[in-house]
Structure formats: structure tokens, C-alpha cells
Design a protein around this ligand. Structure first.
Ligand code: NAP
Length: 248
């Protein structure tokens, strides 16, 4: 029997990048997986790709995590397909970088709405089910810049620091009912989000990383699976840094 056999996972922002890797890793370990993303076309394609590779049951869903009705519908559809939601991974995230002097209010709000409010809305949407079941795992994908701060990313780092506060508050609120909530704080990971970096910037970043390289989506997926699995049954309200030592 695989590690997540009989369990159902819902991963947001799962059509590409880190979310896709997490969704595929759960499926490879036996879970049924709902792949939720902005575009139904993209999430359905990712879901069928994962099913073809792993043989797992998958479901592609369209949702905008900043909209409460979308979040509730995604949870309802997952329950309709798989009967329950054991694991929620709040992975959907965006950047709209700029120096504070030039940052538009709309760009601050957009990043907070997706990265922080989206995780709140999704957690709220699964909370009734998980609290009733007296079990469940929520894994929030934060960021190293939520821990360290970053020039040019005031909105993004505030949203990711807020996500750590949300993680700890949910962990305290849900612990009495056996629902565990933790965060992963990735460093620089090779995805579309970082592919815009110039080669020179990439080389500079790698020099700052004690392990000497950027991370891969699989490095983050392994941490998310650990925090959703049986090995972490006595861990809640924690932030697991997956950053090659960039921030300690
Ligand atoms: P990515 O390749 O840009 O993927 C993000 C996914 O989220 C995309 O599929 C995107 O859909 C989806 N998304 C965006 N807004 C959404 C919304 N409102 N509702 C639902 N889905 C939405 O990014 P990534 O690098 O894999 O990042 C995944 C997570 O890791 C993010 O939370 C990010 O902040 C975090 N993270 C990344 C790094 C890194 O170095 N890459 C480091 C630390 C933390 P579309 O493609 O349709 O826009």
C-alpha cells in the first residue's frame, strides 16, 4: 500500500510549477488528487497527465482562490468526486514586484488577495469537513522572503509572512480536533516564477545559497508530502524551510 492510499488531496495553483509537482507526487503515492487552477483547460490537462502517469484518480477544477464562492465550489466538487478532502495544499501564488515608491495599491491588493486571502478562504472552505472528521492536513506554501523580507517585493513578502501567521493561528484553532496545519517556505525554485531572472541574477543568487544551487519543484513537493503524511503526526504550526540554507 502506498503512503497516501485512500486519501484525497486538493492542491491549488496545481496546473504548473511547484503545485503540479506536489499534485503529481501525491498521486504517485496513492492519493486521489484534485488539481485546481485558474484555467479549467490547464487544470484538466494537468489532471489527465497525472492520471496517465500514475494511474491515480484525478480531477481538474477551475478556481480563483481569491473568490469565496469558487473555493467552496472546489471543495464541494472534490467531495463529490472523492467523498472527502484529507489534505489541502494552499499553493496558488502570484508576484507583482516593484519598489514601494512605484508600487500601485492595486498590485499590493492583488498579491494579498491571492497569496494570503486565498489561503484563508480555502482553509475556511475545508475546515467544516476536517473538523467534523477530526483529522486533516493543511500545508501552506509560504516563501523565504516572508521570513527575511525582500526589496522590491513588499507586497509578496508581506503576503507570505501573513501566511505564516495564518498557519500558526489555524494550527492553534484546529489542533484540538486533530487537524494539523504547517507551512513550507521555499527559497529560489526553478519555475515560471523565477525563469524571468537574468542569468547573471541567477548566478548571484546561487552564490548566496550555501548548497550552491537553486531548488527544484520536487524539493518542495517532498517537504509538502512529509507535512501531510504520517511521519509528521506531532508537528503543527511549523514552517519548514526548503531553501538550500539561504535563510537560517
Ligand atoms: P507558478 O509557476 O507561477 O505557478 C503558480 C500557479 O498558481 C499557476 O498555475 C497560476 O495559474 C496559479 N494561480 C495564480 N493565481 C491564482 C488564483 N487566483 N487562483 C488559483 N490559481 C492561481 O509559480 P510557482 O513558482 O510554482 O509557485 C507556487 C507557489 O510557491 C506560490 O505560492 C509561490 O509564491 C511559492 N514560492 C515559489 C518560489 C519560487 O522560487 N518559484 C519560492 C518561494 C515560494 P496561471 O498560470 O493561470 O496564472
Amino acid at each position: 500500500m502506498s503512503r497516501f492510499s485512500g486519501q484525497a488531496a486538493l492542491v491549488t495553483g496545481a496546473a504548473r510549477g511547484i503545485g503540479l509537482e506536489i499534485a503529481a507526487a501525491f498521486a504517485a503515492e496513492g492519493a486521489s488528487v484534485a488539481v485546481a487552477d485558474l484555467s479549467l483547460q490547464d487544470s484538466a490537462a494537468a489532471a489527465s497527465g497525472i492520471a496517465a502517469k500514475t494511474g491515480a484518480k484525478t480531477l481538474g477544477l477551475a478556481l480563483d482562490v481569491s473568490k469565496e464562492a469558487d473555493c467552496q465550489k472546489a471543495v464541494e466538487e472534490t467531495v463529490k468526486a472523492f467523498g472527502k478532502v484529507d489534505i489541502l495544499v494552499n499553493n496558488a501564488g502570484i508576484t507583482k514586484d516593484n519598489l514601494v515608491l512605484r508600487m500601485k495599491e492595486a498590485d499590493f491588493d492583488a498579491v494579498m488577495n491571492v497569496n494570503l486571502k486565498g489561503a484563508f478562504l480555502m482553509s475556511k472552505a475545508v475546515s467544516g469537513l476536517m473538523l467534523k472528521a477530526r483529522s486533516g492536513r493543511i500545508v501552506n506554501i509560504s516563501s523565504v522572503v516572508g521570513q527575511s523580507g525582500q526589496a522590491g517585493q513588499a507586497n509578496y513578502s508581506a503576503s507570505k509572512a501573513g501566511l505564516i501567521g495564518l498557519t500558526k493561528s489555524l494550527a492553534r484553532e484546529f489542533a484540538p480536533r486533530g487537524v494539523l496545519v504547517n507551512a513550507v517556505a521555499p527559497g529560489f525554485i526553478r519555475t515560471r516564477m523565477t525563469e524571468g531572472l537574468k542569468e547573471e541574477a541567477r548566478a548571484k543568487i546561487s552564490e548566496l545559497i550555501p548548497l550552491g544551487r537553486m531548488g527544484e519543484p520536487g524539493d518542495v513537493a517532498k517537504a509538502a508530502l512529509f507535512l501531510a503524511g504520517g511521519e509528521s503526526a506531532y508537528i503543527t504550526g511549523q514552517v519548514l524551510s526548503v531553501n538550500g540554507g539561504l535563510y537560517m
